[in-house]
Design a protein around this ligand. Sequence first.
Ligand code: ANZ
Ligand code: ZN
Length: 826
Amino acid sequence: EARYNFKEIEPKWQRRWEASDLYRVTEDPDKPKFYCLEMFPYPSGNLHMGHVRNYSIGDVVARVKRMRGYNVLHPMGWDAFGLPAENAAIHRGIPPAEWTWSNIANMRRQLHAMGISYDWDREVATCHPNYYRWTQWLFLQMYKHGLAYRKKAAVNWCPSCATVLANEQVVDGACERCHTPVMRKDLEQWFFRITDYADRLLEDLKKLPGWPDKVKIMQENWIGKSSGAEVVFRVEGSGEEIPVFTTRPDTLYGVTYLVLAPEHPLVEKLTAGTPYEGPVEEFVQAARYLSALDRTATEKEKEGLFTGAYAINPVNNERVPIWIANYVLMEYGTGAVMGVPAHDQRDFEFARKYELPVKVVIRPASSELPAGELAAAYVEDGIMVNSGPFNGLPNREGIQKVTEYLESIGRGRARVNYRLRDWLISRQRYWGAPIPMIYCDQCGIVPVPEEDLPVILPEGVEFRPTGESPLTYCPEFVNTTCPRCGGPARRETDTMDTFVCSSWYFLRYTSPHSQDRAFERDKVDYWMNVDQYIGGVEHAILHLMYARFFTKALHDFGLVGVEEPFQNLLTQGMVLKDGSKMSKSKGNIVSPEEIINRYGADTARLFILFAAPPERDLEWSDQGVEGCYRFLNRVWRLVGSYADAVRRAGGSLEIRSHADRELWRLLHATIKKVTEDVEERFNFNTAISAIMELVNGCYRYQDTVPEEEQNLVLMGEVLRKLVTLLAPFAPHITEELWQGLGGQESVHRESWPQYDPEALVEEEITLVIQINGKVKDRMQVPAGLAREKIEELVLNRDKVAALLAGQQVVKVIVVPDKLVNVVARR
Ligand code: ANZ
Ligand code: ZN
């Protein structure tokens, strides 16, 4: 019989599945739908093991759902805009489009070779004009609804890459890519007003029980809601006011100074023409080189400078000095802070350093005021003191009372603040979706009319390291006519953050060929939400937050019915080798293509699913891969040895012997275990071990039951179910074996096996117990117990032990399933 030749069968089945449109889906109102989605890859050139893991997990989910009768949408595409393509252009002179499309072709080929059940007819690439046309259209919808706006803002700037960086691209104050210290710079940029959705993004996390808690916590922290008050201080000797945001209005009587962010607009006004002007300006310049993270890090030394101006505390008219300090961020709250050194550790350290007074206004409930100087800020709750009419109040109550009082005198109000910032989407880059805006000297900012979309990315642009988008040097692109007045005008030359492209791709998959809209409402309504989303935890914050924001905004525009995109989320662990993440720099990469060439896709998939549950990290093991390969060979030989015989065997299924019954029971126990592991817990590893045990059980039957007594009808049934259970994990070999067992249709069109609870009931027999040949007792035991097990049960039985007391057991004779005779002597 033929050996297991994956090199032949894998490509053969991939071609046949493709030719028969096996995984094509259309909307079918008669079936329950299931939308299974894996995060689409960036086309970097080659699949890595993380991809293989992600898509193998998704494929099992999709295939099992299909076999359980769902209409399954399982699409794939390319997150194809982004920086690496542009770097290839800069460093190697390859046009970004060419680089990207050839990478896509290569990775598509690799994905095909894995045999994943995608509906390839729905493939999308975000860099294709048919796609980015609609990314641009969605930008215009955001603009129309007031959710896209332009403003000058300080951005993280890498002087070496000459580009703006997102906060996450700044690591320890340096550029993530080239490690140059990052500075801050003002640029006109486009933003999405995601902060309008802060509260809904936070609240609706509660509607996502199918998300891992750790991801929800990360999103919660990112949104960073904090409640408190805005307090308005007057500037002495001027009409200016300084609102501050504080979570502790109960400490207002303890304010001994105010601090402005260096970029605060008042700084210049307060110091203009005073001796403080020069030093303050120097300080402000220096602060631009510090990242937000560095400026607020607790271990960092707080630097500050007096501005020469004073403010008046609205509750007690005390005069407090106004400082600037690097630890106050312009983007948070109001960009100004009231300093309460007695009750905030950061303020405490600042006051120590610059010899500012410390005034206690909260004391512990159980003790008096600590005598002498504080050693550290007192940050716990307590009773208000030195606080005028509020003395004696528990401070938690004080928070509310002081806020009410401020409101009554018109010097403040309750306020909620979010850490979440508006989403900066402008990139000074070529390889992205052009922002569809036009600037006209007469009409100002004019959106590109929807019917003129897409704004096509021109080819053959020059890449110069200037920090401006290469589109700036492309006059055919820049120069245009104003859609409003017809006069000469200029196009926006920045492109969109690629996270914009990936914030709606799951909607495009529902109607990928739509020519006249981004997606069709009835298709979206049929398929959304995504029932299972699977991807890396590195996307736990940004991508997921942006996709949730888009979905909510599109819901509000009346374009989609749902408010959340992803009902259930599975975040897979990393693939490790020798205990650390696979990476080029460590030189510990295992290439998926090599593994597939050597062992086949089925082995690669099986290993990666068998080695660890999906959410855990997975340690690569060459022996583990070998083991999975040997297992598939074992399955191949087992099925091969029976295929002809069971195909010929006719008649109905009868359980004729104890061995039959055991095999039957094992089959149903396996179906139950695999079903539960796969459906309820994603425990693919234990599901696979159960299948391995079933294979062992089949071999045991083959080896112990004489050939003429083997029940071929039963064996046929067991092997067909075995192959069906294994099909989602190893789709090629199972398809081949299925045909060998006489299957007409594809195994992947089979229904998922159901287990029979009856079969799980263990058969019992009555065992006769003799001592020295005389019947003394009887007991019920499961049929088919091994000799040693029977012996152990009998000797440990209370009644037998009592009868044998004081005697020595010489020998135990076991006739399985019938009788035990204990030979004993005094
Ligand atoms: C006075 C005070 C007294 C404060 C006290 C805390 C404790 P979260 O919880 O993160 O919202 N703050 C406000 N705006 C700031 C800015 N732009 N940059 C740096 N710090 C800023 O923190 C709110 C607290 O952080 C505010 O409450 C303020 O200090 C500070 F015993 O005001 B607090
Ligand atoms: Zn105009």
